[in-house]
Design a protein around this ligand. Structure first.
Ligand code: SF4
Length: 352
């Protein structure tokens, strides 16, 4: 695996050993994903704990530090790309305009789906399983028609906008363990762009709107999301819509702030502004999520993994929050840009 990670440059072919190593990890993670999905269906309490309180809380940290590794081993990505690996897809090319529209749809899907966690998903293994299966079927259909990651992993997947926002300074570039040859199917390819920046890499109008919504809106949206309790039963449309109120209020405030700042700072500082909002988003997430995982959340057992209240003082959560915030500020704002991409672009296909 060492060769699979280090000293790999654009156009290099993965050795047989590296391919076997990556396929082994992909299969292990896919198996773990399938196990969680089975738990969601058959032992829902365990499934929701594994999915919402272990896997999902790790995701933002992975997107910041090692987005390329995640892009290689994400179980949903592996499922969606399996038909392409087997040569069973139609390999069509999306136009830049079509792929930009998919990016915007992904951002909208993210902001629609995430508040529904409070209304439905956090307390229902079956609903969560239906969501995952629905996303997988959609991804497979899109990837059946369109080349490699263009339609799903770099297109309509609702997690992708978050990867793009947080993943601007990855620890290292790793080889691309999915695309055997580059068909230039998505421009710019988020896997192959150096120090990806949701705003700077947005060229078309749809890409610019997507970048604005995710960069400006996500920090406030996250803040608002953590101020809503989980509903055990949705009794009316009003209760249902209430789960959107705080996240969308936070979204609107931070988006407004972002737009005002962006319009009034020199071009030179726009990347820094993007990184400040990225750091704010991920820092808010862990500021609230870690206390709720360990029994210090403001809504009782919402999001609880293990109750450490009897063993830890309340100030320990503030100390941990300060450390995670300092870490993300360092990583996204202070640390030197790595001048690398998430993944090393494979050799171009002659047909590209
Ligand atoms: S590396 Fe090439 S083939 Fe793979 S997703 Fe990016 S542009 Fe498409």
């Amino acid at each position: 695996m060492a060769r699979a990670v280090s000293s790999f440059k654009s156009g290099d072919q993965l050795s047989k050993r590296s391919i076997i190593a990556w396929r082994t990890v992909q299969f292990a993670l896919w198996l773990a994903g399938a196990t969680i999905l089975s738990c969601l269906l058959f032992i829902p309490a365990t499934g929701t704990l594994l999915f919402w309180n272990i896997l999902i809380p790790l995701a933002p940290l992975i997107f910041v530090v090692a987005p390329g590794v995640w892009r290689n081993v994400c179980p949903l990505g592996t499922t969606v790309l399996l038909p392409r690996h087997l040569g069973l897809t139609r390999k069509k090319r999306l136009t830049v305009s079509q792929s930009s529209k998919l990016n915007l749809a992904a951002v909208i899907a993210l902001f629609v789906i995430v508040p529904l966690r409070h209304a439905v998903f956090n307390n229902s293994g079956h609903a969560t399983a239906a969501l995952i299966i629905g996303l997988a079927i959609t991804g497979i259909i899109f990837s059946y028609f369109y080349e490699w990651k263009s339609a799903w992993c770099s297109g309509l997947c609702p997690v992708h906008p978050v990867e793009k926002l947080y993943g601007g300074n990855a620890l290292m570039s790793v080889p691309n363990a999915h695309c055997s040859q580059c068909r230039n199917c998505v421009v710019p390819c988020p896997d192959s762009a150096v120090n990806i920046n949701a705003v700077a890499d947005a060229k078309t109008r749809y890409q610019q709107i997507s970048a604005l919504l995710i960069t400006g809106g996500l920090p406030g949206f996250i803040w608002g999301w953590f101020h809503v309790p989980d509903e055990n039963s949705i009794s009316s449309l009003q209760t249902f819509l209430a789960v959107y109120k705080m996240p969308m209020t936070g979204f609107a405030i931070s988006l407004l702030l972002y737009v005002l700042l962006q319009k009034n700072i020199p071009e030179l500082y726009k990347r820094t502004l993007h990184n400040i909002f990225a750091a704010a988003g991920v820092s808010f997430y862990y500021w609230y999520r870690i206390p709720s995982l360990f029994g210090f959340g403001q809504f009782g057992k919402d999001g609880l993994l293990v109750n450490l209240q009897p063993f830890l003082p309340a100030w320990s959560m503030i100390a941990i929050g300060a450390c995670t915030t300092a870490f993300f500020i360092y990583w996204l704002l202070v640390r030197k840009p790595n001048n690398g991409s998430w993944l090393v672009r494979p050799a171009y296909s002659k047909a590209a």
